[in-house]
Design a protein around this ligand. Structure first.
Ligand SMILES: [Zn+2]
Length: 396
């Protein structure tokens, strides 16, 4: 065979390989089905729940479905196989002590050079305490995310009742934004979900945390982080997703629904069913009349209760519904969450719960400024190996 003929054969073989690669890409692209925002009408969502409910009538069938759902979420979020749990290299500093609790600034590496920034609230007295992760959601305002007053009230009040609380930035919020990261990062869903998993590694590494009592509660986009983490990580023992579990709304941001976690050619689901992956662990659904959780008492909650019934654990899931309230984690919704966490984490409400008013007192929270809460600044510069803002993050 001449050199020309040999080269031609190599050329044809390369062409074949390229065309094969393209067709595989096409095949994959056809399998990518994004369910974003109001992907369903409310009526379609009810029909979908009926279809999904017909696939299981006993615990073993549900567990098989649950395993497939978890695998689909991990694959869609580009977390399959799970990345290596590399050293956190946690920095905990700038301790501020207040009446009944303290706050420290925390940075740790979810992946080499990729930092998670947060505030660590702790009870003052030495002891062993449950941990509560508090993702914050998309609400901004003059002081957004982890800096928001409602977020600080939630964390400080839980710490005053005996919880170690970790409030951590979404990518492009708080310190992450201050350093230059943008929330529109194409890996947002991957990175935030992985950061939540690593946040459990972080709190479990603290000597004052009881590894067997780990809760998570967040609202809106933080509610999405709450039910995704609970679905994927069995170390979460109690969950309270707030104003986000909906069968017809899938989350409006790429960090919630920008990757194919809900639907493939072979398996469909929605956020109500993803929340049900918490079963049989205690879960509180907080819902309101003023957003996409308005149907929770009659649509999502019954579906989730049926899943819990497969474990004979219907009493472990509760719904606190506020028909006249709007979206957010405002005072009355925190008042619904506190007793649920007190009950299931065995917190001590003494000095916080007022039996006369039937309210948990938040007046002792000292609201901090972003400057006080900042993790890295002029005196605590980020390590030299920190990734440049908005870099592509390698997870393994
Ligand atoms: Zn987002």
């Amino acid at each position: 065979m001449s050199l020309v003929t040999t080269n031609y054969c190599i050329f044809r073989a390369l062409l074949l390989l390229v065309s094969l690669a393209v067709s595989l890409d096409d095949l994959f692209a056809q399998d990518v089905i994004l369910c974003q925002g109001n992907y369903h009408s409310e009526a379609d969502a009810r029909e979908q729940l009926k279809r999904m409910a017909s696939t299981f009538s006993e615990k073993a069938q549900w567990e098989q479905r649950a395993e497939a759902l978890r695998a689909q979420i991990l694959k869609g979020a580009k977390l399959s196989p799970l990345p290596e749990q590399t050293p956190l290299n946690a920095q905990i500093h700038k301790r501020r002590q207040y009446k009944g609790y303290s706050v420290e600034s925390v940075g740790f590496e979810a992946a080499p050079g990729f930092f998670v920034y947060g505030s660590l609230y702790r009870p003052v007295e030495k002891g062993t305490y449950p941990a509560v992760l508090c993702p914050h959601g998309h609400a901004r305002g003059p002081e957004g995310g982890r800096y928001r007053p409602d977020q600080q009230h939630r964390c400080a009040t839980l710490a005053r009742m005996g919880a170690v609380v970790f409030s951590y930035d979404m990518i492009g919020f708080g310190d992450s934004e201050f350093i230059g990261w943008k929330h529109s990062h194409p890996q947002a869903l991957t990175l935030q979900t992985w950061s939540s998993i690593r946040a459990i590694d972080f709190v479990q590494s603290l000597e004052d945390v009881d590894k067997e009592r780990i809760a998570v509660t967040g609202c809106s986009g933080g509610g999405t982080q709450t039910f995704l983490l609970t679905a994927l990580d069995s170390r979460v023992t109690v969950a309270a997703p707030v104003v986000m579990v909906s069968a017809h709304f899938f989350g409006g941001c790429n960090c919630e629904s920008g990757m194919p976690i809900h639907k493939t050619k072979s398996l469909e689901t929605n956020n109500a069913e993803i929340a049900a992956l918490a079963a049989p662990r205690p879960m509180l659904l907080v819902s309101v009349g003023g957003d996409w959780t308005k149907n929770t008492p009659v649509v999502e909650y019954p579906y989730i209760r049926r899943v819990y019934s497969m474990f004979e654990a219907e009493n472990q899931v509760e719904n606190a519904h506020f028909p006249n309230q709007k979206h957010g984690y405002q005072f009355m919704k925190r008042q619904a969450m506190y007793p649920f966490l007190v009950k299931h984490l065995r917190l001590n409400p003494k000095g916080v719960f007022n039996a006369t008013t039937d309210l948990f007192d938040e007046s002792k929270t000292i609201l901090e400024t972003p400057q006080q809460m900042r993790v890295f600044d002029e005196t605590n510069p980020p390590p030299k190996h920190a990734l440049a803002p908005n870099a592509k993050v390698k997870l393994r």
